[in-house]
Ligand binder design. Structure first.
Ligand SMILES: NC(=O)c1ccc[n+]([C@@H]2O[C@H](COP(=O)([O-])OP(=O)(O)OC[C@H]3O[C@@H](n4cnc5c(N)ncnc54)[C@H](O)[C@@H]3O)[C@@H](O)[C@H]2O)c1
Ligand SMILES: [Fe+2]
Length: 386
């Protein structure tokens, strides 16, 4: 079956990549720009550097810093109002996955009618949005290169997933120096998100010849660099490699798919307000154990790529080793089990399992998993992860 591969037309990587912003905006011929970011990055003064650079080139800059972590429909509507007022011709997204996803949704609603919910799912966006340049500060979601946006509908407690080629940014400026200020917990959470993208892209039923090598490269880079970046925040090599891993993970999963970990992680994050990377991390070992029989060779290849199994080890041994090592990796990175995280009461967790399982299945992601679960399988997996 033919498969398509969508990524931004321009991806600039390396220290100082973000300094290319002015030249890029000029190439796009824009005189007015909307910068979408969050309150922390605005207050840190980092966003102001881009505003100064652009204004020096005679480009008018409007800032919308109202994106919260796990952006909501309301954040998107507020940003859209600023876009309309500013008449900006290009959007610059500066931040982690949250500002980048919010900017994608703002861009799409500039040219397609509301409500946003009608575009949830796959390939439902009729018209291209406003050109978007993404500058990531986490490493990360890979959103800077994906045709995916995740926006929370707080009225229904659902994280909507939108996938469409029209959501791919026009350009990504991946400057690992911007990620060096991430504290250890954030580094761990977003790093396990990256690893989950690589693993799920590789084991997915939609994995293909274009995504396989990129997914494996992402997995290798995470295995060799995540703990180093977590222990030594100023290690430039580790930070650069994690930024590359995040970008590769994004390219791989958006053109293959994510599977059951993300399918279950979105409802968990929506209901209990856990950071996206953390909700993936707590599910990854459990879901991997469940999924092994559906793709034993692929999981074994991952175990060998991560250095968790020798080339002589058989697939079954390697697969079991992968689950064990993923559990140990969580422990080393300080990722605790759900029941130990605090703030989640067991009776409320139990009460939400049915809704979360239904929302997981409705997203379409579990159907790409090597073992396709029923709703009651998912409920059981949530219990195992507790
Ligand atoms: N579109 C995609 O392809 C895709 C893929 C995976 C996840 N996501 C979505 O991305 C969102 C999560 O994004 P995220 O994990 O990058 O985090 P985030 O953007 O929500 O940021 C988390 C926190 O970290 C802070 N932060 C960002 N960069 C920092 C830095 N360099 N130093 C210190 N603090 C920094 C932010 O201000 C914020 O408070 C979720 O909504 C998730 O569903 C999207
Ligand atoms: Fe993710």
């Amino acid at each position: 079956m033919p498969t398509s591969f969508n990524v931004p037309a321009t991806v600039i990587t390396g220290a100082g990549a973000s300094l290319e912003l002015g030249a890029l905006v000029q190439r796009l011929g824009a005189r007015r720009v909307l910068l979408v970011t969050d309150a922390f990055l605005e207050a840190s003064g980092l966003a102001a550097r881009f505003v100064d650079d652009l204004e020096r080139l005679g480009i008018a800059v409007y800032v919308f810093a109202g994106v919260q972590p796990d952006p909501t429909v309301l954040n998107v509507q507020a940003g859209l109002a600023v876009l309309r007022k500013s008449m900006a011709e290009v959007i610059v997204a500066f931040g982690g996955g949250s500002p980048i996803d919010a900017a994608k949704a703002i861009s799409l609603l500039a040219t397609n009618p509301e409500p946003l919910s009608q575009y949830a799912g796959y390939h439902k966006i009729p018209r291209a949005g406003v050109p978007l340049i993404a500058i990531p500060t986490t490493a990360g979601t890979g959103s800077e290169v994906t045709k995916v946006a995740v926006i929370s509908d707080t009225e229904r407690d659902v994280k909507m997933m939108l996938l469409d080629a029209h959501l791919a940014p026009t350009a990504a400026l991946i400057d690992y120096e911007l990620s060096m200020s991430m504290p250890p917990a954030l580094t761990a959470h977003v790093g396990v998100d990256t690893l989950t993208h690589g693993i799920e892209a590789y084991v997915s039923r939609k994995a293909n010849a274009m995504t396989d090598p990129i997914a494996l490269s992402c997995i290798r880079l995470v295995a060799a660099n995540l703990e180093k970046a977590w222990r030594e925040p100023h290690n430039r090599v580790a930070r650069e490699n994690m930024a590359l891993a995040a970008c590769q993970g994004g390219m791989a999963f958006a053109n293959s798919s994510v599977c059951l970990v993300h399918g279950m992680s979105r409802p968990l994050g929506a209901v209990f307000h856990l950071p996206h990377g953390l909700s993936n991390a707590v599910l990854l070992p459990t879901v991997t154990r469940y999924s092994l029989p559906g793709a034993p060779e692929r999981y074994a290849t991952i175990a060998r790529a991560m250095g968790y199994a020798t080339s002589e080890a058989g697939d079954e041994v390697a697969g079991k080793g992968l689950v064990r090592e993923l559990e140990k990796l969580n422990a080393r990175l300080g990722v605790r089990r759900l029941r130990e995280i605090g703030g989640i009461e067991q009776h409320r967790y139990e009460a939400m399992l049915g809704k979360m399982a239904e929302d997981a299945l409705a997203s379409g992601s579990p159907q790409n998993n090597p073992v396709v679960p029923t709703a009651s399988d998912i409920v059981e997996l949530y219990r195992w992860a507790w």
